[in-house]
Design a protein around this ligand. Sequence first.
Ligand SMILES: [Zn+2]
Length: 367
Amino acid sequence: MDKHACRACRGSAGHLVLDLGEQPACDYFPRSDDPGPDPVYPLQMWLCSSCGLAQLLADPTVPEEPRGAEPAALVAQAADAVQRVAAAGWLPGGGVVAEYGSPHGGSWLGLLAARGLTPASASGRADVIIDCFGMMHAADQREALAERAARMAPDGVLLLQYHALSTIIGCGQWNALRHGHYAYYSTTALTGMLARAGLTPRTAWPFELYGGTVLLAATRDGDGPDAVVRSMLADDAAAGVRDPGAFAGLQHDIQGHAKALRDWLAAERSAGKKVVGYGAASRAVALLCQAHVDRDLLHAVIDASPAKQGLRMPGTDIPVVDPAQLAASRPDEVLLFVPDLLAEVRDTFPEVEGAGGRWVDAATLGS
Ligand SMILES: [Zn+2]
C-alpha cells in the first residue's frame, strides 16, 4: 500500500489511532432476504503528526446512503444556530449565501431566506458560506476548503459546523468513525487548515448535538480568535486532540462497549424481555457488528426512513422495520442508537412507555 498522504496538509507522518478492523459499509443495507456475507473493508482513523487532522485512512467504499428522515433535534439545532449567528451580526441583510450541505440531508437555506439572504448561483460568490456537516464528506480536505474559501466574497464569512473531536474522545464515541466521513475536526486542526486557506477563526458557538458540536465562523481578515474559540482550543489541548495517546481510551472502549451490549441483550433475553432497536444509523451498524449481535438477541431495528424498509442491518441478519410496528410489537425495551432522538421518539411513540416499556440509550450500556 502506498504511504498515506494527509488529506489536508499532504504530510506522511502520522499514527493509526483507532482501528475497527474489517467493517461492512454502514450505508450498504442489503435486502432482508440477502443471506450475505456482506463485503467488509478496513475502518481506521489516522492522526496527522504535521497538521493534527484526524481522518479516515482509506475508504474503498462507494457511498450509497439512503437519505434518512431528518431528526427533529437537527432541525431545532439549525433554527437555534441561525438565530444565534444572526444575533451576533454575522448574517448581512440582503446578502448572498452558498450552502455546502450534508449528503444525509438538512438545509439552512429556508431559515436564511427568512432572514433576507438569497442563494448564490451555482458557483457564484457569496457573502455567507454555510457548511453544516458537509466538508467531512470530502476525501480531499485541502481542496474542499480551498473551494469554499474561493467562493467567499472579500468580507464574507464561512460558517462551518462539525462534531467536535474532543467530544468523540471525551465521550468515548468510537463509533463516530465511519466510511464516507473523511475528517474528524478539532478546532485546533481546523484553525491550521483555515490559516493555510487564508482564513482566520473569529468566533464559535457550541451545541449539545451529538454530545458536542461546534459552529465556527471564519473570515479572511479580522481580529483573530475570540475568547470562545480560545477556550475551545484550550479544551482541545486538555483532551489531547493532537496526542495519539489520547485515543487509546477510544480503542479500549470498543470491546468494553460491545461486550456490555451483548451481555445486556443476553440478560434481557434470559429474563424473557422483548427488545427492539431504534435508529439504523452508522453508529448502530458499527456497534452491532463489533458486538456480533444477531436477530436472536435483537429482533429488529426500527427506522423512520422509507428507503430502509425491507432491508436488514449491514453485517448482521437484523431486519430494519417501519415505526408502525413499534407499538404493535409492544417491546419491554427500545434500545436507542441515536440519543439525540430521545425527546422526539418519546413524544412520537407515547405507547412505548404507556405499555410499561422504556427507552434505553445504547451508548450508556456498560458505562
Ligand atoms: Zn496533515
